[in-house]
Design a protein around this ligand. Structure first.
Ligand code: SF4
Length: 190
C-alpha cells in the first residue's frame, strides 16, 4: 500500500507502541548513537564549545580526544554515495550527546530549542524514531530489547500509528496521515 508515494510497511499498521517512558528506559534508543551526515557534522563541529557545558563530562573528554563521530563511513543502498555518513560516538553505553535529564535529554535538541536554531542539529533518524524511511518504504525499527518496541510488553498499548502521530505527519503529511488512520481503522474491523 502507498500513501503520497510512500510504501507503508506492515509494522506501521500492526505494531503496538507505548508512549515513551524515558525515565524507565534511560533513553535506551540512544544506546548506539545515530547516523549523521556532512551538513550536520559541519554545524555541530562549529558549535562544540557551546555544547560542551550541556554534555556529560565523560562525553566531553571523549569528544575532545576523538571527535563526536566514528571515522568509519556508514553506507546504505538508499543513501547518497557522494556524501559521507558516520555513526555518532558513544560513551558509557549512550550517544555522546545524551544527557540524562528528561527535559530533552538530547543536547542537540535542547541547544537548538533554547537558541531558536531552525536547522535541526539532531539527526533525522532520531527525530523519526521508531520509524525509518528506507528508500521510499516506511518501516518500524525492530529492536526487541527496547521496552517500547517489545511486543510482549505492549499487548495493551495503542497502535503505533496513533502513538506516533507527529512523526507520521512529518513523513506523510496531514492528508496522508488521515488516510493511514482510515486504513488502520478498517484493518482493525476485519
Ligand atoms: S543525537 Fe540525540 S537523540 Fe540522537 S542518539 Fe544522540 S542523544 Fe539520542
Amino acid at each position: 500500500m502507498r500513501i503520497n508515494g510512500i510504501i507503508i510497511g506492515k509494522g506501521v499498521l500492526e505494531k503496538k507502541f507505548s508512549p515513551c517512558n524515558l525515565r524507565a528506559c534511560r533513553h535506551a534508543c540512544c544506546r548506539y548513537g545515530a547516523v549523521i551526515g556532512p551538513a550536520r557534522i559541519k554545524k555541530i563541529n562549529r558549535l562544540l564549545p557551546k555544547l560542551f557545558p550541556l554534555m556529560r563530562p565523560e562525553a566531553v573528554t571523549t569528544v575532545m580526544k576523538k571527535g563526536f563521530h566514528l571515522a568509519t563511513v556508514f553506507t546504505r543502498s538508499d543513501m547518497n554515495p557522494n556524501h559521507d555518513h558516520h555513526y555518532m560516538r558513544t560513551v558509557k553505553g549512550r550517544c555522546v550527546f545524551l544527557n540524562y535529564d528528561d527535559d530533552g535529554g538530547c543536547v542537540l535538541q535542547k541547544y537548538s530549542a533554547v537558541n531558536n536554531i531552525k536547522f535541526k542539529l539532531k539527526p533525522v533518524g532520531c527525530w523519526a524514531f521508531p520509524f525509518d524511511l528506507i528508500g521510499n518504504r516506511l518501516v518500524v525499527y525492530k529492536w526487541k530489547n527496547l521496552p517500547c518496541l517489545d511486543d510482549s510488553r505492549n499487548k495493551k498499548a495503542p497502535p503505533i500509528y496513533k502513538t506516533c502521530k507527529n512523526e507520521l505527519i512529518d513523513f506523510l503529511g496531514s492528508d496522508g496521515y488521515n488516510e493511514l488512520i482510515k486504513i488502520g481503522n478498517n484493518v482493525k474491523r476485519r
